[in-house]
Design a binder for this molecule. Structure first.
Ligand code: ATP
Length: 410
């Protein structure tokens, strides 16, 4: 039975999006090429989810098609990936559409990204490279059967049954980042992973190979951990997906601690994913895993490891607290708190971090001191007093220096 999604298309896309798609359809008709809405957008139209990105598959060369589009209509090509024959086009109403030539992909060996070939192939060949049946769906935008749902793998039925299913049994070997993608769609849509897919995933994770392509995995973890749900970390442990990057993850994390850190506003929302990934890898012995971390991200991990090693600090020892945390990156403090629950971090962030010495070098010179390394010792002494709750004002600091600090010449 054929399914037509004209009504859903009209309901789900904004007026601006429809205008941009409609121009694309005109250009396709003029060029005599078939174009299709493809992948996530079709899935989301059926699910009634907000549409963010528009992907169109061009059953021909998408780059040539977009050049024609931009030469004839009010839009411009923003970027092109020559190798993959894709182009991003911005229409005059600011809607952006990603156009991709249909293509096939093959995985030459585990651990490498696929190579693409057969550009402009029939759509049924293109969809073979995709991850899950729910992402293989297309809506035809050209010809007499416009808006017809093209469904080679029963993805429509899987959406209705809320199931995530791979297309073939080698899917996770080809690209293990699909494991995180499966969990992402499961959590995001409240779907289940179809039992055979789940068992193939488990056997992959239980015999995991060393040469897995980690470039995609980091990015998928980033997207996964942006889902705002209580159990997202637990799902990674329960499903064994952590094995992709770690042999010794923290088995559970206290989400109240994460909330406490979020409320302190010490990192951006876009960094939360890193807290979770760090909890997976911070105690791991898989030192050869290179998740493509930046130098900054590596520094956070090593600072946190060091803080864990140095143990919990006495909550009443302000000087020790200050010393331990003062030169640390805020995100390291957040990570350390999430892992250890050491309340002294909260005291530092809320109170001690704000304590600053108010006098400066010029004040000391005015008091008759000669500039030297000794200045930093003086500031340190003042800071120690302030950490005891003394010397609140600048005047009190000056009096302290006058009374207690000897001049070099004395
Ligand atoms: P999201 O809603 O998170 O953006 P999406 O599926 O719409 O998810 P992308 O991740 O940009 O968006 O992927 C676009 C399409 O490309 C998918 O629908 C899927 O068909 C295909 N795809 C993406 N990643 C993979 C992968 N690792 N393996 C196979 N196909 C993939």
């Amino acid at each position: 039975m054929s399914v037509f999604l004209e009504k859903e298309f009209y309901e789900m896309l904004s007026e601006k999006m429809k205008a941009a798609v409609s121009i694309s359809c005109l250009a396709a008709k003029e060029r005599g090429v078939d174009i299709f809405l493809i992948g996530g957008i079709v899935r989301d139209i059926i699910l009634g989810n907000e549409i963010k990105d528009i992907d169109i598959a061009v059953q021909s060369d998408a780059v040539g098609f977009c050049e024609y589009l931009a030469s004839k209509y009010d839009c411009k090509i923003e970027s092109t990936q020559e190798k993959l024959r894709t182009s991003k086009v911005r229409f005059n109403n600011n809607v952006v559409i990603d156009f991709a030539s249909t293509r096939e992909e093959k995985y030459d060996s585990p651990g490498v990204l696929p190579s693409a070939f057969n550009f402009g192939c029939p759509l049924n060949q293109d969809v073979k490279r995709r991850d899950f049946t729910i992402n293989t769906l297309a809506i035809k935008l050209t010809g007499d059967d416009k808006y017809k749902l093209i469904d080679y793998y029963s993805g429509y039925e899987d959406i209705k049954n809320k199931q995530i299913r791979i297309l073939h049994k080698n899917s996770f070997v080809d690209d293990p980042s699909r494991i995180i993608r499966a969990l992402k769609f499961k959590e995001r849509f409240d779907f289940m992973i179809e039992p055979e897919t789940y068992s193939i995933m488990q056997s992959y994770l239980n015999n995991i190979s060393k040469d897995i392509p980690l470039e995609r995995i980091k990015n998928e973890f980033r997207q996964y951990f942006m889902i705002n749900k209580e159990n997202i970390y637990g799902e990674i442990i329960k499903s064994n997906a952590y094995k992709l990057i770690s042999d010794n993850p923290l088995k559970e994390i206290n989400t109240d601690r994460i909330k406490k850190m979020i409320n302190l506003n010490i990192f951006k929302e876009t960094e939360i994913w890193f807290l979770y990934v760090a909890c997976l890898i911070v105690n791991s012995n898989c030192t050869d895993i290179n998740l493509n971390m930046t130098a900054f991200e590596n520094k956070i991990i090593s600072e946190t490891q060091n803080m864990i090693l140095s143990g919990i600090v006495d909550i009443n020892d302000n000087e020790k607290i200050y010393k331990k945390y003062n030169d640390k990156i805020d995100l390291s403090l957040a990570l350390y708190f999430v892992i250890s629950g050491d309340e002294s971090v909260i005291k530092f962030l809320n109170v001690l971090k704000q304590i600053k010495v108010l006098i400066n070098g010029n004040d000391l010179i005015e008091l008759g001191f000669i500039p030297s390394k000794y200045f930093s010792e003086i500031f340190e002494n003042i800071l120690k007093e302030k950490l005891k709750g003394l010397l609140k004002t600048k005047e009190e600091e000056i009096n302290f220096v006058k009374r207690h600090i000897k001049k070099q010449s004395d």
